[in-house]
Design a protein around this ligand. Structure first.
Ligand SMILES: *Cc1c(COP(=O)(O)O)cnc(C)c1O
Length: 470
């Protein structure tokens, strides 16, 4: 058996190339459902080994029917991002190098890339340069890290060391969260002992934006430590909390402000959209993703905290009273829950280097333009209504003003395979949610997708026309 990987790596590159070249014309949905995919993989425990080239071929054969076209130009499911080829190539190098970036001695390059990519990112996002960044698996973990820093800092102000003492007997923390917050933030509260049910749920408006009067009322009704969780990019409407109105209210109550900006924070990098997030830079912590709008491959997210000491205190192993960090001593693990971890800073660096400030701005703007285009073009068909103010990359569409017809249209679109969008509940009604978050979507592709949506609706509408009376 040879350990020279040349043929294996070359074959993987060739298979990946074929896949990417075919994705635009392939159905934008998996051939197999989950249960069929389980059958595709099913096999007894291997008792003996298999040659490397055969393993690769078998992997591809077993996986292919159950792959979703997440890198496709007309894939608008969830909010996924497109795993840009530059990010993929960088990620291959990270894997080939086998780097783990717990500390800077283990991988000087991996640790240093985090510092520089982080500096570029703060610059492009217009966030304070003194912020620290933890490279995590995604916005869910970034929310957890940001809220852990909040918990630490808020309790420290009232003389409680939560890292050392835990939460038993600690002063209470009030947690204000919007009625239309993303579920991942709620799960972070659950992990942190803050509870997902004891929160103050703050009323939101028709676009899912927190109502400032309601926040003022809720915070005014009590006292003591408080955190306010805001949102840049609501998962359905794509809209933004009004930071310039909300953050001063939070400040008046000495609250820590955390922002879930999984995809929406990138609006700050696009001049024509940045006003949507005006004032977001005044928060204390932010969560955003690399694997959504920055197009790194999965997985990659960023936990950004204005006060690096609070960030570090919350995450560093067993050390509530760390010495200050000197320039050049940053250890990646001090800002994330994990110790061993892949070198996500390198993949992030590669995307930021490839796109540059102008490229990020263009890509974000293009996704927003395409979302608007898909919504407007689809809504030319009678019976299709746009149910949100399409200010960003998210559009929710409703068909025949009816849940059942909407769900049927979503299913029809998915079965046709020209474009993929999912179903979502918004304001108590079922919608087709179109999320434009992949780098590969162009205006031409958007027009093809809009026609696919109209065609799906025409079929459903035709099927549901009441037969004429005879
Ligand atoms: C996707 C998303 C999350 C969760 O991010 P992951 O990267 O999936 O962990 C949180 N908030 C919002 C608004 C999102 O869109």
């Amino acid at each position: 058996m040879t350990h020279d990987p040349g043929a294996l790596f070359a074959r993987a590159a060739s298979l990946a190339t074929d896949y990417r070249r075919g994705i635009a014309t392939a159905p934008q949905r998996p051939a197999h459902t989950y249960l069929a995919a389980l059958a595709d993989w099913d096999a007894p425990t291997p008792e003996t080994g298999t040659p490397s080239d055969a393993v690769l071929e078998e992997l591809v054969a077993r996986a292919s029917p159950g792959l979703h076209a997440m890198t496709g130009p007309r894939f608008f499911g969830w909010v996924i991002g497109g795993s840009h080829p530059v990010g993929v190539a960088a990620d291959w190098m990270v894997s080939a190098w086998g780097q783990t970036v717990g500390n800077h001695a283990a991988s000087p390059a991996g640790a240093a890339a985090e510092v520089v990519a982080g500096r570029w990112m703060l610059d492009m996002l217009g966030l304070p340069p003194e912020c620290s960044i933890g490279y995590v698996t995604g916005a869910t973990m970034a929310n957890l890290v940001g809220l852990a820093a909040a918990r630490s800092a808020l309790l420290r102000r009232v003389g409680w060391d939560v890292e050392a003492q835990g939460l038993f007997g600690a002063p209470e923390i009030r947690v204000a969260i919007g009625a239309d917050a993303h579920v991942s933030v709620v799960s972070a509260l659950q992990f942190l002992g803050l509870g997902h049910s004891r929160v103050l749920r703050i009323a939101s408006d028709a676009e899912g934006r927190m109502e400032p009067y309601a926040l003022a009322e809720a915070l005014g009704a009590g006292s003591g430590p408080a955190m306010v969780i805001l949102q840049a990019g609501q998962i359905n409407s794509g809209n933004f909390d009004r930071f310039a109105a909300l953050i001063p209210i939070a400040r008046a109550h000495h609250a820590w402000v955390h922002v879930d900006g999984a995809f929406g924070l990138w609006a700050k990098a696009a001049p024509a959209r940045a006003a949507l997030a005006a004032g977001v830079e005044d928060a204390d912590s932010w969560a955003t993703d690399g694997h959504k709008w920055l197009q790194t491959p999965y997985d990659c997210g960023f936990a950004i905290v204005r006060d690096p000491e609070a960030h570090r205190r919350a995450m560093a192993f067993g050390a509530s009273y760390l010495p200050p960090v000197n320039q050049g001593e940053r250890d990646p693990t001090h800002y994330v829950p994990e110790l061993s971890r892949r070198a996500r800073g390198m993949t992030s660096w590669a995307m930021l280097r490839h796109l540059g400030r102008a490229g990020v701005a263009e890509m974000v703007e293009r996704a927003c333009v395409c979302a608007r285009l898909i919504a407007d073009e689809a809504a030319r068909e009678p019976g299709i209504v746009i149910a949100n103010d399409v200010v960003l990359n998210q559009a929710v569409l409703r068909f025949g003003d009816n849940d059942d017809l909407t769900l049927q249209t979503v299913a029809r679109l998915q079965a046709d395979g020209v474009a993929f969008a999912g179903a979502s509940q918004w304001r108590g009604q079922w919608m087709m949610r179109v999320s434009v978050s992949g780098y590969a979507t162009t205006e031409a592709e958007a027009l093809v997708a809009a026609e696919a949506i109209r065609a799906a609706w025409r079929i459903i509408r035709g099927n549901n026309v009441a037969p004429p009376d005879v």
